[in-house]
Design a protein around this ligand. Structure first.
Ligand SMILES: [Zn+2]
Length: 241
């Protein structure tokens, strides 16, 4: 246990800088504004996030700076990047070790709720898939010791404008939670703007701007995967914590 560290709140566990802004900037910003601790754990610095997919230390440093810029816009209290995992090759690392490192990070912070990737990682990126699986294994182990979070959510892109739909799992195609992020839409867009090295971020930003202009509201979708019991009403739940 880290002495004096504020526990509880909402934690996101993802693979790369920018995953947090694509997936969960809105929900994290809302949790921050509600006075909850907000945290991000990433497996890598995203050092291979160039057109060639070739590792580049300078790009890793740039992307870490971009992520810290985004963290400031969102209102994250803490950001941690694991050591020793290569962008693009997280699945090649020993899975048990990844589970254990995520578990230790969560055990120290005791978040009330955890967000991660679902089985297809939204885009199918193998790093996304493995970080989601490892996070969920880590939660199962913590829960056996009675120190698990109350809820685990996976990112569901069903409310994303732009219409790009990858080969999604059922968990990602559906959503139990429809979080209205309109009030913090500007901060999600500012966070995406921080990721200037990533053309995808600019694309989503344009889509979000267009959707906000057209509909006047924006949502993030999540599927609660733990516990799996659904809410006793047909509407979406609207809050993660
Ligand atoms: Zn990613």
């Amino acid at each position: 246990m880290n002495g004096g560290m504020r526990t509880g709140g909402l934690a996101a566990v993802f693979a790369h800088p920018d995953d947090e802004s694509f997936g969960s900037a809105g929900a994290l910003a809302l949790a921050h504004d509600a006075g909850r601790a907000t945290r991000l754990l990433l497996a890598t610095r995203g050092e291979s996030g160039n057109a060639e997919g070739v590792p580049d230390d300078e790009l890793g440093a740039t992307r870490e700076d971009e992520m810290r810029c985004a963290a400031g816009k969102i209102g994250l209290d803490e950001v941690t990047v694991l050591e020793g995992y290569a962008d693009g090759s997280v699945a090649d690392a020993p899975f048990d070790q990844l589970v254990s490192e995520i578990g230790l990070w969560l055990a120290d912070r005791r978040p009330d709720a955890v967000i991660t990737f679902g089985p297809h990682g939204v885009t199918g990126h193998p790093d996304h898939v493995v970080i989601g699986s490892a996070t969920r294994w880590a939660v199962e182990q913590l829960a056996e010791r009675g120190v698990g979070p109350h809820a685990v959510y996976v990112v569901s892109p069903v409310f994303l404008p732009g219409g790009e739909r990858f080969d999604l799992s059922a968990e990602e195609q559906g959503a139990t939670h429809r979080v209205d992020i309109t009030a913090v839409a500007g901060r999600k867009m500012a966070a995406l703007e921080c990721h200037a090295s990533q053309p995808d971020a600019a694309e989503l930003l344009a889509d979000l701007r267009a959707a906000l202009d057209q509909f006047g509201e924006l949502f993030e979708g999540y599927t609660r995967v733990r516990p799996v019991v659904q809410a006793p009403h047909p509407e979406f739940d609207t809050r993660l914590v």
